[in-house]
Each structure stands twice: as structure tokens, then as C-alpha cells.
Design a protein around this ligand. Structure first.
Ligand SMILES: C[S@@+](CC[C@H](N)C(=O)[O-])C[C@H]1O[C@@H](n2cnc3c(N)ncnc32)[C@H](O)[C@@H]1O
Length: 266
């Protein structure tokens, strides 16, 4: 059977990506088919690593003729790292370098960056101007990090856009070297409980955060590993801000000052 132009373009992309991890050609094909149907103009790739997920997204956009990918990762992939250079080489080889913007985060997490994006695009009523049509979440595999990420991603997704969560079945117990210790100042640290180690964190994020969020619907799960959710509602917020009278604001300020004066000094 003769291959269509899109099939030939996809096969060529797979050959150019070769054996670079982590996205497989089967997963890449799903992204490709989704992009051909949904035609996202802006995609966000959370977790760049060696750049294959960004390459599949941008490859589909190249075939369609429009769209851009923003890909974000920690500063371990800054300009000095080998992985950053491998990404550049891969994207050049795939002919998609110009469609990809890389963000390297010099602080704890992509969650902070997502929060900054939401803050920068919000009006004073808390309405965020959405920007992405597709978001692929393939980062920390952490309940805390990725729950917060989903809350911000939802605000950045355009109505009708899709969130795709990777690794619903990823467990720390299968990757003991990656079990984190949470470190606080003064030598205080916490280890993961056995339940946290056994539980797939992204499964909890998908089932208990994404599926229960009022904005998401049309859920699709694939192979127990991928979870799709569409942003089906994006109601604008109405916020009524009532200003207290000058006298009650003064009374409140006096109460705060009194409380401060009577509290023991540190
Ligand atoms: C599995 S890899 C991504 C693979 C890539 N999406 C692909 O398909 O080729 C996960 C990436 O998430 C990044 N990551 C994990 N936790 C992070 C965090 N808290 N902040 C920023 N990046 C993080 C890691 O540095 C790593 O490169």
C-alpha cells in the first residue's frame, strides 16, 4: 500500500531520531496523529531531557506548516551540559530547530516557572490569558511537584486544548536510586514512606487531580501509561472586591499593631 505524504514524513522523522531516548516511535506516532487532527499552534513540553518529545511535536508541526514548541527542563540541561548539545544536534538533524524554544530553569522546579507564566498572563481578577493548545507532562514523577504543575497548566491551556500526562505507572520502587529525600534547613530531612515509594505518583495526579478538576473532561488512557485530558470549560472568573471603610481598616491596623506589640520578640 502506498504511503501518504504524512506517513513518509513520519517515517523520515523516526529515522532521524534514531535510538535517542525517551519517547518511542509508537508514542511519537500518537502525538503526530493528534497534532495532524487538532493542529495545535503552541505546545509545551515539560521535561526536555534529550529532546525526543519536542522533536516529535515539532516534526508534526513542520509537516502541518504551523506551530511552535516551548520545552522546559532544569538547569542541569543548561548551556554547558552535554544533553543540551545533544538536543541541539537532534533538532538540527530533524530540521525542527527553529520551531523549538528551550527554557532552562535555574531554580527548584518547572512549577515555579509555570507559576510565573500564570502570574504574568493574569489580570487582577485572576483570569489567566491561556497560551497553549497542548501540554505534555513528563518531568519529576512527583505527586507534589506535578499536582502543582497541573493546577498552573490548566490555566495556561486554551479551552479545547489537551494535557497529556506520561508515566501513569511509574513507581519509585522500580527506580530505587531515584527515591528522593526531602531536605529542610537545620539538618531536618524526611524520607518517602513505603506507600509513597510503592504508589505511582502520576496515577494519583491523573485520577485525583486531573479527573476531578472541573475544567477537564474527555479522558483517554493508553497502555496504562498515558493519560489524556481535554480542557472542556474555561469559565472566566467574576470577583467582587469589597473595600472596607476607612474606619474599619484603621481599626484592623490598630489590632495588628497591638498584636505585634504584645507577641514575644524572637
Ligand atoms: C523522562 S525525562 C523527559 C523525557 C522527554 N520528555 C522525552 O520524551 O524525550 C524527565 C525530565 O524532567 C526533568 N525534570 C524532573 N524534575 C524536574 C523539576 N523539578 N524541574 C525541572 N525539570 C525537571 C529532568 O531533568 C528530565 O530531563
Amino acid at each position: 500500500m502506498a504511503l501518504s505524504t504524512y506517513d513518509r514524513q513520519f517515517r523520515d522523522l523516526v529515522e532521524r531520531i534514531g535510538d535517542v531516548p525517551w519517547m518511542t516511535p509508537t508514542q511519537g506516532r500518537r502525538i503526530w496523529d493528534h497534532f495532524l487532527g487538532a493542529r495545535p499552534l503552541m505546545a509545551l513540553d515539560i521535561g526536555t531531557c534529550y529532546g525526543t518529545s519536542a522533536a516529535y511535536m515539532a516534526g508534526a508541526m513542520r509537516a502541518i506548516g504551523e506551530g511552535r514548541v516551548v520545552t522546559v527542563d532544569s538547569a542541569q540541561f543548561d548551556d554547558r551540559s552535554e544533553a543540551k548539545q545533544w538536543c541541539e544536534v537532534l533538532w538540527e538533524r530533524c530540521g525542527v530547530r527553529d520551531l523549538i524554544e528551550t527554557i532552562r530553569i535555574p531554580h527548584s522546579s518547572y512549577v515555579w516557572w509555570l507559576m510565573e507564566q500564570v502570574a504574568g498572563r493574569s489580570d487582577k481578577r485572576g483570569n489567566c490569558e491561556p497560551v497553549y493548545d497542548f501540554v505534555y507532562l513528563d518531568g519529576a514523577k512527583s505527586l507534589t511537584v506535578d499536582t502543582a504543575a497541573v493546577i498552573f497548566v490548566e490555566q495556561l491551556l486554551r479551552p479545547g486544548g489537551w494535557l497529556l500526562v506520561d508515566d501513569l505507572d511509574w513507581r519509585h520502587e522500580d527506580h530505587p536510586a531515584l527515591i528522593p529525600t526531602v531536605q529542610y534547613p537545620d539538618d531536618v530531612s524526611y524520607r518517602f514512606s513505603s506507600a509513597e515509594i510503592a504508589m505511582p505518583h502520576l496515577r494519583a495526579v491523573f485520577d485525583m487531580v486531573v479527573k476531578r478538576h472541573p475544567s477537564f473532561g474527555n479522558f483517554v488512557e493508553q497502555d496504562g501509561a498515558w493519560g489524556w485530558a481535554q480542557k472542556v470549560s474555561g469559565d472566566r472568573k467574576v470577583v467582587i472586591i469589597e473595600e472596607a471603610s476607612l474606619s474599619s481598616r484603621l481599626r484592623r491596623a490598630i489590632r495588628v499593631l497591638r498584636r505585634r506589640a504584645s507577641s514575644p520578640s524572637r
